[in-house]
Design a protein around this ligand. Structure first.
Ligand code: NDP
Length: 333
């Protein structure tokens, strides 16, 4: 068959990230474009159709989205739902024969991640996780430094990401356990993924504690402190929270180190090295770059940069973090 010029993407879940970031980014992409929507909110349909010219036959809801199997205009289904719904709708998308892009965190436990990977394998479709930082140029430099070691062997890392969640809406899914809320899933996967990509290593053990200063308003984990032991005696201290605006990834090596602050902001990552070199921020659109990378992988039949296994690796650690916290900070290997 003729190679398609651009892949057609359908966004599932038209909330903040789809509306404010992904749909605008899909106007900038070269290798894919916004062609479909899946939504449970009928009032959003005319707004999206008018804004993005989405055809009637490319509009779905959660009950009929499996019918996308018969729709050649849609190549990729991008899951942008509350975390606890990622598994269900990723599997539906895969079973419809569509490539799956799934937002971070991949799912709410390792078993769910494995089910998504399995469904994509079975249906011979690509699966990629929305870790946009791994597509971002400054971050990619940091990733390459794990091997190049410009400041010598890495010894310790510090990573933290969080924001002040006002909890104005007590029903919001991000502070609801059933829907996969909590700071660890929402922001904690960034420091976790960050110390993994900054070292290029997998942790051997983890210990964690969870603190909650507002149990009356935050019904999930509010602040999680976790530390990881990597091979070669490398250690990482990490923090995530809904109680403060924090965003740092620091790498300390034998002969200096480097720090990104912020390390996962949409508007660009900024960094400095111990010998005063500035790591200039990438000014382009991160989401467009991510989706073009992922579309090209599909078009060229190459493995994606951030495969499902990468999402699973983080969630396995998250499972261990929650287990450690339940056991009062016991080290889990
Ligand atoms: P929102 O709450 O803003 O949007 C989620 C959307 O999911 C809703 O608008 C709704 O869309 C749909 N939905 C379906 N069922 C439910 C339900 N039971 N409760 C609430 N919403 C439901 O969330 P975000 O857009 O902030 O986050 C969505 C996903 O994107 C999360 O996994 C999050 O981690 C990820 N994300 C990733 C970012 C990144 O930088 N990579 C940044 C921000 C978020 P509809 O009305 O159309 O059905």
């Amino acid at each position: 068959p003729r190679k398609k010029e651009k892949l057609g993407v359908a966004l599932v879940g038209l909330g903040y990230y789809s509306t404010d970031l992904l749909a605008p980014a899909l106007q900038l992409t070269e290798h894919c474009e916004l062609r479909g929507i899946v939504t449970g909110s009928p009032e959003k349909i005319p707004v999206w159709q008018a804004k993005y010219g989405i055809k009637d036959h490319n509009v779905y809801n959660y009950e009929n989205m499996h019918k996308v199997a018969d729709n050649d205009e849609i190549d990729v289904i991008y899951i942008v739902l509350p975390n606890a719904l990622h598994k269900k709708y990723s599997v539906i998308a895969a079973n419809a024969g569509k490539h799956v892009w799934c937002e971070k965190p991949m799912a709410v436990n390792a078993q769910e991640c494995r089910e998504i990977i399995e469904a994509c394998k079975k249906n011979n479709v690509q699966l990629t996780i929305g870790y946009r930082m791994q597509h971002e140029p400054v971050t990619q430099k940091i990733i390459s430094w794990a091997k190049q070691k410009p400041y010598g062997n890495i010894k310790t890392l510090y990573a933290e990401a969080g924001f002040y969640h006002g909890a104005n809406d007590p029903t919001h899914w991000k502070i609801n356990k059933e829907l996969g809320g909590g700071a660890m899933f929402d922001m904690g996967v960034y420091p976790l993924n960050g110390v993994r990509y900054a070292t290029g290593l997998e942790p051997l053990s983890v210990s964690a504690v969870i603190e909650n200063s507002r149990p009356d308003v935050i019904a999930t984990d509010e602040t999680t402190l976790f530390n990881l032991e990597f091979p070669d005696g490398i250690t990482a201290e990490c923090k995530t929270t809904f109680a403060a605006n924090i965003n740092t990834l620091q790498v300390n090596a034998d002969n200096g180190g480097y720090k990104l602050q912020p390390f996962q902001s949409y508007r660009g990552v900024a960094g400095i090295t111990s010998d005063g070199k500035k790591l200039e921020a990438f000014k382009g659109n991160q989401q467009a770059r991510q989706m073009d990378d992922d579309a090209l992988a599909i078009i060229n039949g190459k493995p994606p940069l951030v495969a499902g296994e990468e999402g699973l690796k983080d969630i396995k650690v998250v499972d261990a973090i929650f287990e450690s916290a339940r056991q009062g900070g016991k080290r889990i290997t």
